[in-house]
Design a protein around this ligand. Structure first.
Ligand code: CA
Ligand code: CA
Ligand code: CA
Length: 362
């Protein structure tokens, strides 16, 4: 036991001596470098994510309750939602040899009604997962500039803490370390997603290239555009005009948004919508027919001009039009009225409520 302790102490002293001795002894260190033939190694994407420009980095989930990024659509006619793609890239031949980072966005799959419901049997139109567009990173933080490095590390940390980042064979600590050591570089580029970009989980496939055109492995990440039903009307009043008792009187709209006397609806959200209509009785009231109350007025509405799509409804009854209004479509709304009993020469007025619901197929 005693011998062992002494031995330990001796070794420690020798090591201390050696450490002190190195600076003055001009030791020789061997160095190795391999010049790669055929262009070297492909870049390595260590981490990717998407974020928006709001303080929470994801306005569809500002308290970060759901993993991954969630964003709100603009719900504005011809509006945009700005989303930024980020990637931390490493290359064995050095960060200056990374020449391009490409982000390719793909449509959602299935009907995407719910956050977890990204794969369902119904696939149609824009929910078929097809390729949408490419964004090439046009910004990066310099790997050898202290301010840029601090900004890059802060950006990765904030996104990581918000639960946005998809890591690819690296932890956040490893990514942060490589950035701190001038070995990796943070790239980004912005995409303005048009208002009719379909709601649901969109896939982003990120690939980096080096100056020898070596492509990295492609890293897949996802972000969620929250499905929101939204429509806009070009009318605030419907004048049924002069009517004859017991005769249906139609008022036809047009597909021209901006002509208020001809009702038009357009979809400004990122889902198909069904139109729901409810109207009061305009003060026309009820009659007792064989002791049973009956409304003295009824209504009808349709989207488009197919006669099969008319829906007739009583006052205060919610009527859902059978045909949906697809994404980014403008439609004609027709209305009709049928008065069974009212005072001749009187004018009646009321209110109609028009609502858009998400439509995901029948
Ligand atoms: Ca390389
Ligand atoms: Ca989230
Ligand atoms: Ca119109």
């Amino acid at each position: 036991m005693i011998i062992g302790k002494k031995a330990t102490i001796m070794v420690t002293l020798l090591m201390m001596f050696a450490l002190v001795a190195v600076p003055v002894s001009a030791d020789t260190v061997t160095t190795n470098v391999t010049v790669q033939s055929g262009g070297g190694d492909p870049p390595w994407i260590m981490a990717v994510w998407q974020q928006d420009t709001t303080p929470s980095l994801e306005d569809g989930d500002p308290d970060h309750q759901i993993p991954g990024p969630q964003f709100m659509p603009p719900v504005t006619y011809r509006g945009f939602k700005r989303v930024y793609n980020y990637a931390v890239v490493f290359d064995e031949q050095g960060p200056d040899t990374i020449s391009e980072v490409s982000f390719q966005t793909y449509n959602p799959r299935g009907n995407a009604q719910q956050l977890g419901d990204e794969e369902v049997d119904i696939n149609w139109h824009v929910w078929d997962g097809r390729y949408r567009y490419q964004n090439i990173a046009d910004n990066y933080y310099a790997h050898d500039d202290e301010n840029d490095k601090a900004a890059a590390r802060a950006a990765v940390k904030a996104a990581y803490e918000a639960g946005l980042v998809t890591f690819n064979g690296a932890t956040w600590e490893e990514v942060d370390y490589k950035l701190s050591q001038d070995e990796a570089k943070l790239f980004w580029g912005g995409v303005s997603h048009f208002y009719n970009t379909p709601g649901g989980w969109l896939t982003v496939k990120t690939t980096a290239f080096d100056i020898n055109d070596n492509p990295s492995d492609t890293v897949e990440s996802k972000f969620y555009l929250v499905p929101v039903a939204g429509v806009e009307l070009d009318f605030t009043t419907i004048d049924y005009g002069k009517i004859a008792l017991s005769q249906w009187k139609p008022i036809s709209g047009d597909a021209n948004f901006g002509t208020a006397d001809r009702p038009t609806v357009r979809n400004i959200g990122n889902t198909y919508v069904s139109i729901v209509i409810e109207q009061d009785d305009m003060g026309i009231g009820q009659s007792l027919i064989n002791g049973i109350p009956r409304w003295d007025v009824e209504y009808g509405a349709r989207l488009g001009d197919n006669s099969n799509n008319w829906v007739e409804y009583k006052p205060y009854e919610e009527a859902t039009l059978p045909n949906p209004l697809p994404l980014c479509n403008t439609g004609k709304l027709d209305f009709k009225i049928h008065i069974l009993k009212a005072w001749s020469g009187s004018t009646y007025g009321g209110t109609m409520i028009i609502t858009a619901d998400q439509w995901w197929g029948n």
